[in-house]
Design a protein around this ligand. Structure first.
Ligand code: PSU
Ligand code: MN
Length: 309
């Protein structure tokens, strides 16, 4: 074990942007190390970063490399992490361990939010947040993403919660935690690959200026701190049919149970099984939603960087 002297490294380009108040979007890295098959994993994060830049903001991939929490990775470090089969999946509670023990790993939503908070980045794009897993009554499997979302003053842009979860229970948990859940140009909470069910209602926001105003009110005048979840449904032409997704999930859950998959391995196992069960359709939808979320997050970051009018 070693004690790193600089456990946090903010990339100079990101540091300079933050100092001058320029727009920055945090990106997670568990999707790189555990969420997608190689080599798609690398291409997905490269495409997200490009979408953020096209949107006028700087992408800051957050990850742990050799015991240092990086905010902003250069191309070589990103490529190496994408290929690192020994990389850990790191949630917020794992960060101190990973830094103290010199590990490398991808940060989940919860750990990425810790990095975003340390660097004071206010906008973060992911695919779908973790949440309350189906069968939580027995397994108690509830992602720590939810608690971290509640306490971090950052707006997370996601395609709702992954459909492999108990989505209504996840929404209830977000309500209990006091996290505002917004729907981008939609009032239905999206379910990752699918556009969601009309009965799962969220607060609809139609313009970036309104989303930015809402963030400012919450963190400023209202003094409420904490996180905001901006959900972004896939466009109808890219979204998968809810019924078809539900059937594939039932089959994937059966496989996970038969294989005795537990804990952190559950989500990666299910995402992978779904890709196989749908002939790659869930993988294509996952890639599309990651890029769409990065684009929307960039728009919000740009809007937040404007002087409030
Ligand atoms: N979005 C994706 N794919 C992913 C994830 C998000 O499109 O794999 C990751 C996020 O890092 C999230 C994690 O925090 O899945 C949730 O894992 P768990 O259910 O074990 O908390
Ligand atoms: Mn879990």
């Amino acid at each position: 074990m070693r004690s790193p002297s600089a456990p946090l490294l903010i990339h100079p380009e990101i540091r300079a942007a933050l100092e001058e108040g320029a727009p920055v979007v945090a990106l997670e890295s568990a999707v790189l190390t555990h969420g997608l098959p190689r080599p798609t994993n690398h291409a997905a994060v490269v495409d997200m970063a490009a979408a953020v830049r096209e949107g006028g903001a700087l992408p800051a991939v957050i990850a742990v490399i050799d015991g240092v929490l990086h905010v902003g990775l250069d191309d070589d470090a990103l490529a190496r992490l994408a290929d690192d089969r020994g990389a850990d999946k790191l949630a917020a509670r794992d960060l101190a361990w990973a830094l103290a023990c010199g590990r490398s790993g991808g940060t989940t939503v919860s750990a990425t939010l810790v990095g975003a908070r340390l660097a004071a980045i206010r906008v973060f794009a992911t695919g779908g947040i973790g949440g309350v897993h189906r069968g939580w009554q027995e397994t108690r499997d509830i992602s720590s993403d939810l608690e971290e979302l509640a306490r971090t003053p950052c707006c997370t842009v996601s395609a709702g919660a992954k459909s492999i979860l108990d989505v209504p229970a996840t929404l209830e948990a977000l309500e209990t935690l006091g996290v505002p859940v917004l729907g981008w140009q939609s009032a239905a909470f999206p379910e990752f690959y699918a556009r969601g069910r009309p009965e799962l209602v969220v607060r609809r926001v139609d313009a970036l200026a309104a989303a930015a105003a809402l963030c400012r009110l919450r963190w400023g005048a209202l003094g409420q701190g904490g996180g905001i979840l901006l959900t972004n449904p896939l466009p109808a032409e890219l979204a998968l049919d809810q019924g078809a997704v539900d059937r594939a999930i039932d089959a994937a859950l059966g496989r996970a149970q038969a294989a005795g998959i537990r804990g952190q391995a559950v989500t990666p196992f299910l995402l992978d099984a779904l890709g196989g069960l749908t002939a790659g359709a869930t993988l294509r939808a996952n890639l599309a939603l990651l890029v769409a979320n990065a684009r929307l997050a960039a728009g919000l970051a740009v809007e937040l960087a404007r002087p409030a009018g």
